[in-house]
Design a protein around this ligand. Structure first.
Ligand code: PMP
Length: 461
């Protein structure tokens, strides 16, 4: 009996891919050189399996979307069931059970005081909705002088022009700056920047002074402040203390501007609570954003869907005679897609049925113990963690924190090492981070960290 040599399906599929597709967030020329295109054939829990059968541990939840594993059987079954009933229907004038049930469930679990759900179909679109709704609310109240937004330095809110306007990651923003509205950027409470000896809490509270100054000067022209709560993800997993959010809520109330909380990346348990902004609540004070943007993990990572939750008073400012032109006429064709809503309903059912947050807290504690030693590394300026998100900041010089030259692409070397060893790490510049799906085991966390450390050793050599 002769044994056929295993076909190199990766090479064949990758050649077809590179002949036809233009990939996101990619200099395509990299793929003509040392960076392979990996064609994935299937997923299995925390693992991705390529066309040749090689397995990769998905340490970044496929762009932070996946919560309960690839090909999760519960979510897959819910979508299959929905497929035979209704794939899609126009969402103006028509509705359907999955969207209604999902809205009810989101309002039940969201911070108190949110009363309405507006659906869109990806994170950037949710941000566009929140920005436009805030502006339009003030206009409906006769406050048409309110036309600007406040965002934090280092923030990321998406790639469409409105969302990119309130983004402060030069790599994504600088080229398109001539097309963008200019928000007021206020210094981030990012605790990497804290003074020696200063606690996260002290630093974050101190940074509220910058926000107060901006609002004192500009509140008459400001619609809303938009923030990523607790972790500025695409900006390099920079983190801050929840006390900042508590103070920010008070400032927004004092100066009469909305607060848009973008939980697109950090929602659904990533930070240790279901929503990150819950950590800004205390017995004395509840925390309610004016707009809460959700996407990514909303469907467990299965299908694109986003939702903007808002308050009854904002909703009521749009509720009027048709001829008053107060209605919010924003729409996307796939608004409230039934398959995506079923995936989201099943995702939320898993949160109800299983002790997800307890489990992630235990996993996060294990990850923390594995990262302690990394902080001592000669090229590591900081190891930081909030819940299931952890990051390692690589620098050229530990004492001055001088970064490596971006052209050296040290993070890319970590990425390539990870691929070789079967772990999908995708550093943000020189920030190596972990945001794995919640089905990861402690052994898999050990593997993920070991491979990252070995990759860092190679990258800084
Ligand atoms: N906001 C935040 C905080 C994000 O991290 C992202 C995506 N990384 C977005 C918005 C945009 O979401 P999408 O990629 O679905 O447009």
């Amino acid at each position: 009996m002769s044994i056929e040599p295993a076909a190199d399906l990766n090479t064949a599929w990758s050649a077809r891919d590179l002949a036809a597709i233009w990939h996101p967030c990619t200099q395509m020329r990299d793929h003509a050189g040392s960076v392979p295109m990996i064609p994935i054939a299937r997923g299995d829990g925390a693992w991705l399996i390529d066309q040749n059968g090689k397995r990769y541990l998905d340490a970044i939840s496929s762009w932070w979307t996946n919560l309960f594993g690839h090909a999760n059987p519960r979510i897959a079954a819910a979508i299959k069931d929905q497929l035979d009933r209704l794939e899609h229907v126009i969402f103006a004038g028509f509705s359907h059970e999955p969207a209604i049930r999902l809205a009810e469930e989101l309002l039940r679990i969201a911070p108190p005081g949110l009363a309405r759900v507006f659906y869109a179909d990806n994170g950037s679109s949710a941000v566009e909705v929140a920005l436009k709704m805030s502006f339009h609310y003030w206009r409906n109240l006769g406050r048409s002088g309110k036309t600007r937004f406040v965002a934090l330095t280092g923030s990321y809110h998406g790639e469409t022009l409105g969302a990119l306007s309130v983004t402060d990651v030069p790599l994504y923003r600088a080229t398109y700056a001539p097309l963008l509205n200019q928000p007021i950027f206020v210094d981030s409470p990012d605790c990497y920047m804290r003074e020696p000896g200063e606690s996260w809490r002290e630093h974050s509270l101190r940074k509220l002074a910058d926000m107060r100054a901006a609002l004192e000067t500009h509140s008459e022209e400001i619609c809303a402040v938009i923030v990523e709560p607790l972790v500025q993800c695409a900006g390099g997993m920079r983190m801050y203390h929840p006390a900042y959010l508590t103070g920010l809520r008070r400032l927004c109330d004092e100066f009469g501007v909305h607060l848009i909380v973008d939980e697109i990346a950090v929602g659904f348990g990533r930070t240790g609570t279901l929503f990150a902004c819950e950590q800004a609540c205390s017995d004395q004070q509840r925390f309610t954003p004016d707009f809460l943007c959700l996407s990514k993990g909303l469907t467990g990572g299965f299908l694109p869907l986003s939702a903007v939750l808002t308050t009854a008073s904002i909703y009521e400012a749009f509720y009027a005679e048709y001829t008053s032109r107060k209605a919010f006429l924003h729409s996307h064709s796939y608004t409230g897609n039934p398959l995506a809503c079923r995936a989201a309903l099943e995702t939320l059912a898993i949160f109800r049925d299983e002790p997800v947050l307890e489990r992630t807290r235990a996993l996060a504690a294990h990850l923390a113990t594995r990262l302690v030693a990394v902080a001592d590394h000669a090229h590591v300026a900081e190891v930081r963690q909030t819940g299931m998100i952890a990051a390692i900041e690589l620098v050229r010089d530990k004492s001055t924190r001088a970064p490596f030259s971006a052209a050296e692409r040290r993070g890319l070397r970590v990425y390539l090492h990870g691929l070789e060893r079967g772990v999908l790490l995708r550093p943000l510049g020189d920030v190596v981070y972990f945001m794995p799906p919640y089905v990861i085991t402690t052994d898999e966390i050990d593997l993920m960290v070991d491979v990252a450390i070995a990759g860092i050793e190679r990258a800084v050599a």
